[in-house]
Design a protein around this ligand. Structure first.
Ligand code: BJW
Length: 237
């Protein structure tokens, strides 16, 4: 393979699994224990905001307690090495945690938002947020209580940064999906778009994803092993 100049990486919950953050669709995963339609839609938040806040308060505490693993660190290393060579990495994550940033990645596109940010439904202010949220929490920007929600993307809501992500995908010469089941759109459609554009595609996952047939190559195993190995190989090419 020629040395890639513009690498597009899409990460999912599998990259943070070994940091202790649960995946969604694996056996014992978050959506096998909780109904996403009762927790991860704007309608669910409208019906029962107390329940939704409880769920995300627990998840936020888990993210704060977690630490990046070797896969996050390897991706941060890839970004700086590609930059030194005059090449680039576009890191797009579906994850709402901040483990890529804490491992040293400088630019991360969080298409499903960030659990460590809150948004006010009243004044639309978005702010960093590490505490529990409740209906009593006043918005620091407008002072109103009851309007704050985690700034994450629920089912039926528009993912973030889609224009920037689409442009980066079109310019890429290598597309790598890591630790994602390929079950949630629009992210699940990126590999097919990449292939249609003639971009080389690679999957790094514990096991074949729903989209496995679309990838030119694949390496299977835990992200903490497979990602550093793949990146070391890529940087040697
Ligand atoms: C390991 C590992 C280890 C484990 N090492 N690997 C087209 C067709 C059908 C439906 C739709 C469609 N277009 C839109 C929809 C509707 C919907 C959708 O996709 N539904 C599907 C369920 C069918 N999509 C939406 O509603 C999205 N919005 C939207 O489409 O807006 C309209 C639009 C129109 C036009 C253009 C663009 C948009 C919004 C989706 C929001 C998803 N939100 C969630 C919750 C976020 C907040 C929270 O965290 O609670 O995001 S759902 C959940 O799934 C979360 C994740 O980011 C997302 C993806 O999951 P991910 O990361 O793939 O995790 P898993 O668990 O599924 O997979 C983990 C993988 O890791 C597995 O493969 C394991 O094997 C592997 N693994 N351990 C390596 N150690």
């Amino acid at each position: 393979m020629n040395s890639p100049q513009r690498v597009f990486v899409l990460t999912g919950a599998g990259v943070s699994a070994e940091s202790g953050l649960g995946t969604f669709r694996d056996r014992g995963g978050i959506w096998s224990r909780f109904d996403p339609m009762q927790l991860a839609t704007p309608e669910a938040f409208g019906r029962d905001p107390v329940l939704v806040h409880e769920f995300y308060n627990l998840r936020r505490r888990g993210v704060i307690a977690a630490a990046p693993n070797a896969a996050h660190t390897a991706l941060a290393h890839l970004e700086s090495r590609l930059q030194q060579r005059g090449a680039s990495l576009f890191l797009c994550t579906q994850n709402v945690d901040d483990l890529h940033e804490r491992a040293g990645s400088r630019t991360v596109s969080h298409m499903h938002g960030e659990i460590l940010e809150a948004r006010c439904l009243g004044c639309e202010a978005v702010m960093p947020w590490r505490e529990d949220l409740s209906l009593e929490t006043p918005c620091p920007a407008c002072g109103e209580a009851g309007g704050l929600r985690p700034d994450i993307v629920w089912f039926g809501e528009m993912p973030k940064h889609l224009d920037i992500i689409g442009a980066a995908l079109r310019e890429a010469d290598l597309f790598v999906a890591i630790g994602t089941s390929g079950a949630v759109y629009p992210a699940a459609g990126y590999v097919a778009q990449a292939r249609a554009l003639g971009i080389r595609t690679c999957e790094l996952n514990l096991e074949p994803s729903d989209n496995a047939a679309h990838f030119d190559e694949a390496r299977y195993g835990p992200a903490s092993v497979v990602v550093p190995e793949f990146i070391a190989w890529l940087l040697e090419t």
